[in-house]
Design a protein around this ligand. Structure first.
Ligand code: HEC
Length: 259
């Protein structure tokens, strides 16, 4: 059996054995049966990961980005991180309804996404549900934009794979701009928790002035560089890329301008 077929079979088994993403908290909290199913699924998941690591990495890196292809790491994950993976919702610690939206493995393991099939994919149903009580993100947050919904739908229809393309990961620190390099990352990685009426730790990052003062007092770089003595950010996630950390340093060294 091809490794890809094998992954697919395990994937289908995983999807079948995970309770639907719409299972309610109470169910998850109270049913030992479902709890043990979840654990089994996680063990299965670990096996899959090990198998894949032995062979080749499961993440397919493409040379050059094809505009007709949706790349999970560049196109889909930022939407999920920016709109869903917050404390109290779908970060790893909160895992509301068992759903965690911070990495490919977790998205596949916890969302009931069925490759090539929108109508069977709970993730798609959740973001398009007409019933506002069930729609994700729930009120008072806005629904995802039509563009984001289309991106996720196309990703599922293209097979829900873990694709990343090379171009976007090229690192350029010669010419760093707030609008193009810094803000887009902070928007996805920080604003979910640090904006609005009650930002985490009382630290707001809603606009340039907020971010500029965090940059000036050294805290912005310290938490992103995981310096000792401060809480590593983004909380509960992997450290941001070395490329971004280098760009951030350059931007701050040059006066943290609104450029
Ligand atoms: C999932 C929610 C979440 C995300 C995402 C997040 N933070 Fe935080 N942040 C927190 C919480 C909660 C605290 C309070 C300290 C703690 O619990 O570790 C905090 C604390 C901080 C602090 C104060 C740290 C200290 O030691 O004084 C800073 C600065 C900060 N965050 C910046 C950021 C930046 C920059 C990002 C994006 C790179 C980010 N945060 C992403 C939740 C988050």
């Amino acid at each position: 059996m091809q490794i890809r077929d094998f992954i697919y079979v395990i994937f289908v088994l995983t999807v079948l054995s995970v309770p639907s993403a719409c299972v309610h908290d109470t169910l998850l909290g109270e049913s030992p049966m479902i709890d043990s199913m979840m654990t089994d699924t996680m063990i299965l998941d670990t096996m899959v990961t090990d198998t894949m690591m032995d062979d080749t990495t499961h993440q397919d890196t493409m040379q050059g980005c094809d505009t007709t292809v949706i790349y999970f790491e560049q196109d889909v994950l930022p939407i999920l991180r920016g709109s869903c993976a917050f404390a109290g919702c779908h970060d790893a610690a909160s895992a509301r309804d068992g759903v965690i939206l911070v990495s490919y493995e977790q998205v596949i393991r916890t969302t009931g996404t069925v490759p090539f099939d929108l109508s069977e994919s709970d993730l798609y149903e959740a973001i398009t549900d007409d019933d506002l009580d069930k729609r994700m993100p729930p009120e008072p947050r806005d629904a995802l934009s039509q563009e984001d919904i289309a991106t996720i739908a196309t990703w599922i229809l293209q097979g829900a794979e873990d694709l990343v393309c090379e171009e976007a990961s090229d690192c350029d620190i010669d010419d760093v701009s707030y609008g193009e390099d810094i803000l887009p990352v902070l928007r996805v990685e920080c604003q979910g928790c640090h904006s609005g009426s009650s930002p985490s730790a009382g630290i707001a990052m809603d606009d340039y002035d907020d971010i500029k003062s965090l940059a000036d007092n050294g805290l912005l770089f310290a938490v992103i560089n995981w310096d000792s003595g401060v809480s590593p950010m983004p909380k509960g996630r992997e450290q941001l890329s070395q490329c971004f950390i280098d760009q951030l340093k350059k931007w701050i060294d040059e006066g943290a301008q609104n450029n």
